[in-house]
Design a protein around this ligand. Structure first.
Ligand code: FAD
Length: 514
């Protein structure tokens, strides 16, 4: 294997062009899966959803399971400079799942592994084992159709892998109640940067368990996750209400996420939109049904350059009395101070609600927007800093929109576990702010990237209490600042589980030793 890698390294350096016999290479590693070195196949691993960065790996590996992955990691450790990048669905936007001159492990080839329902503590089945390479949309549809059960905490879009979101956090409108996805796993199988296959949980190898959750792929490759389930509801009442004042929007959103279980909506999100008729950035982006009109005459004359939409959902079973659902929902809505008349409501199946962004994906693929560059910026901003951010960034810098959604919704720090590697602002209530831009190829891309940088630099200069989510930094100094007082722990974890810095080089945090 080492000889093989050395030959390939020479090859990419352009010094010699030996011929490879793929089957003998596969044999020398003795993988059950495959190693692909064909340039057209490798080209699938040179890009990600962002279309901003590209990198050229030596080979694309399609493992069948942890044994293959462990062999690849061990082999890489013996070859100078070679790194290993686990690729989930490559829905990162800044090259996080890439490696230049290393080996990409395509986790999707393991997606069928595991999938086993478990009963723990003698209670009704409440956990599912899934592959780190499974897509959440498949986990959802299988859990609901086969067992009538579903995970509790989601992302908005489900074409993401279990291992990919658990390496970040995995947040959506349910996270205020159940915490992020990393708060909803009980056990993991991990292949560490030393090539060890390890089972870990809160009680078994806990340091590895908490390192890997939110660990940006730095400590190990997740091959199995045990995910907590709940009974799947049948239906969802999905509601959007509009605000002209930021203070009222945040007061209502914070009120809803601070209520006890069973006394609020099941999902709370929100977004900022331009106070104009722009089809992507303005009023038309709000109605949930094409037949619902948005009447701008209802907007108060005091409204500014942007408006705010609170998006909530209430889940129920078909067996629930319709009148009870109506009473509970109208009771909750009655307490909100939105602009009268600007309320939009639809009834959808639970699975349809969770797959709502898939419909957006289909439309965006048809129009070409899905494959456009996505210079996204995701931030966690504390409650104390969010009014400043609104004033400067939303109301001024981004008042005309960004060609995509600008999400904003509150999360609760107490639903996160401080032992994970995720970096958070200090306050109990903090906001997810997501600037989800789609930009046509050309000079506008650089402009959007520069504006993201400007926003981050402004946050730092003004001393906002914030962290980047799905962070992207280029220098060690930036990473140190990002992790703050958790930096030492992060470095120690790296030394324990991936001392040669083989894993996830695309995050650009550590350099491969030798
Ligand atoms: P990849 O991009 O392939 O990998 C991400 C990182 O994790 C890389 O460093 C990679 O090496 C590492 N990695 C991948 N698999 C594993 C594994 N099995 N074990 C260890 N490390 C691994 N995020 C949210 O939290 N909430 C949202 O609502 C949300 N919506 C999104 C919508 C869209 C359209 C897109 C494109 C992204 C969204 N994201 C959201 C972000 C998403 O969670 C991250 O980009 C995530 O990393 C993507 O998952 P992936 O499977 O494609 O991972």
């Amino acid at each position: 294997m080492i000889a093989y890698l050395e030959r390939i390294l020479q090859d990419t350096d352009g010094e010699s062009k030996p011929h490879y016999d793929i089957s003998s290479i596969t044999k020398s590693l003795d993988l059950q899966g495959s190693i692909l070195t064909d340039s057209t196949i490798i080209s699938t691993a040179t890009q990600d959803f962002g279309h901003l960065y590209s990198a050229h790996p030596l080979a694309l590996i399609k493992p069948t399971g942890p044994d293959d992955i462990a062999r690849v990691v061990k082999a890489a450790s013996l070859a100078p400079h070679v790194t290993v990048a686990a690729k989930g669905n490559a829905h990162s936007v800044s090259g996080q799942a890439m490696t230049d001159g290393g080996l990409v492990i395509d986790m999707r080839s393991t997606e069928e592994n595991h999938f086993r329902l478990l009963t723990i503590d003698g209670r009704s089945p409440n956990y599912i084992d899934v592959s780190g390479g499974a897509l959440w949309e498949d986990v959802l549809t299988r859990c609901v159709s086969e067992f009538g059960l579903a995970p509790r905490s989601w992302t908005d879009y489900l074409g993401l892998t279990v291992g990919g979101t658990l390496s970040n956090a995995g947040v959506s409108g349910q996270a205020f109640r159940y915490g992020p996805q990393i708060s909803n796993v009980m056990e993991l199988d991990v292949v560490t940067g030393k090539g060890d296959i390890t089972v870990c949980s809160e009680t078994q190898n806990p340091e590895l368990f908490f390192s890997v959750l939110g660990g940006l792929g730095q400590f190990g490759i997740i091959t199995r996750a045990r995910v907590r389930l709940q009974t799947a509801p049948d239906m969802v009442r999905w509601i959007r209400v509009v605000y002209s004042e930021f203070e009222e929007f945040t007061r209502d959103a914070e009120f809803l996420v601070s209520q006890k279980d069973g006394e609020s909506f099941d999902y709370v999100e929100g977004f900022v939109f331009s106070n104009n008729d722009d089809p992507v950035n303005g009023w038309p982006s709000v109605p949930l049904d094409p037949n619902h009109g948005f009447n701008p005459a209802l907007i108060p004359s005091t409204a500014g350059s942007v408006l705010y939409c609170l998006e909530v959902a209430f889940q129920y079973r078909k067996s629930d009395q319709p009148s009870t659902v109506d009473t509970v929902v109208s009771g909750l809505v009655k307490g909100l101070s939105y602009v009268e008349g600007l309320k939009f409501e639809v009834e959808v199946r639970y699975v349809e609600f969770l797959l709502r962004v898939k419909r957006v994906e289909e439309e965006a693929k048809a129009s070409g927007v899905w494959d456009a560059p996505h210079p996204w910026l995701n931030l966690f901003i504390s409650k104390s800093s969010i009014p400043d951010f609104d004033r400067t960034v939303f109301k001024d810098m981004l008042k005309d929109g960004i060609g995509g959604p600008m999400l904003i919704y509150p999360l609760l720090r107490s639903k996160w576990d401080n032992r994970t590697s995720a970096a958070l602002p200090d306050s109990e209530i903090f906001y997810l702010v997501a600037l989800l831009r789609s930009v046509p190829e050309g000079p506008l891309v650089e402009k959007a990237v520069a504006q993201n940088r400007e926003i981050v630099e402004w946050c730092i200069k003004e001393g906002l209490d914030f962290k980047q989510y799905l962070p992207h930094y280029q220098t060690k100094e930036d990473w140190k600042r990002h992790f703050g007082n958790q930096w030492t722990r992060f470095v120690e974890r790296k030394a324990s589980f991936d001392p040669m810095a083989i894993l996830a080089p695309g995050q650009k945090i550590f350099k491969r030793t030798q």
